[in-house]
Ligand binder design. Structure first.
Ligand SMILES: N[C@@H](CCC(=O)N[C@@H](CS)C(=O)NCC(=O)O)C(=O)O
Length: 224
């Protein structure tokens, strides 16, 4: 009997895109269940009762939540195109950088995007510090995973997906090719990889979504 693989996600969730990319890279057949981020279905609430967020992966009736954990599950379940390295130290380092991305980089980049004035300047400076660390991690490598897209590339894929959107809306360059040549090259290599490119959410739709998000954020902060 064919196995059941279902992915609950929204059209633009950067966390859910990780799962889309991993399943595509591994050539796993799956069904997509598109959710509304503001009104998640009863099933998402049941399958992810702690966080009630997407993505959720359902594999033969068993739900898994949290994108980085889902990535590891996928890597252990479908062995083709390994995402994590074999060596325990290299595995630990890959997890370290993925977590750094989620704990530090996302926060500073998002704050830089949503804020203005002094707060934005401070967030941009912090984001640049974090991006510098990623730049150093890319020395001598095409991808964070080496010659091929791996776990860290997928975990940081949101950066490739969203930085151009943020830069276009703010009319400024965050990952500029002179300051971050390796990261700049990585953004292009990663975004141009066919498996990644094929699953990219529409750019114009992302622009509209993030303009609206920025407006909402400003309305909220001016009313408090
Ligand atoms: N740490 C989670 C974050 C997931 C997340 O924030 N998902 C968002 C969509 S991008 C969500 O479901 N938001 C709905 C909500 O917060 O109610 C992961 O890595 O899966």
């Amino acid at each position: 009997m064919a196995e059941e693989v279902k992915l609950f996600r929204t059209w633009s969730s950067p966390y859910a895109l990780r799962i889309v990319w991993a399943l595509q890279l591994k050539g796993v057949q799956y069904e997509t269940v598109l959710e509304d981020v503001f009104e998640k279905s009863e099933l998402v609430r049941r399958y992810n009762p702690v966080h009630k967020k997407v993505p959720v992966l359902l594999h033969d009736g068993r739900p898994i939540a949290e994108s980085l954990i889902i990535l590891e599950y996928i890597d252990e379940t479908w062995k083709q195109h390994p995402l994590l390295p074999q060596d325990p130290y290299a595995r630990a380092m890959a997890r370290f950088w993925a977590q750094f991305g989620d704990d530090k980089v996302i926060k500073s980049v998002l704050t830089a995007f949503l804020s203005e004035g002094k707060e934005q300047e401070a967030a941009l400076a912090e984001a640049s510090e974090h991006l510098q660390k990623l730049e150093e991690e890319l020395i001598g490598k095409k991808f964070f995973g080496g010659d091929n897209i791996g776990y860290v590339d997928i975990a940081l894929g949101w950066l490739a997906n969203l930085i151009r959107v943020f830069e276009e809306i703010l009319s400024l360059k965050v990952v500029d090719c002179e300051r971050f040549p390796l990261l700049f090259a990585w953004l292009k290599e990663f975004s141009d990889a066919p498996v990644i490119k094929d699953c990219w959410p529409p750019h114009d739709k992302l622009i509209s979504k993030f303009i609206a998000l920025r407006q909402l954020h400003h309305e909220k902060s001016s009313s408090t």
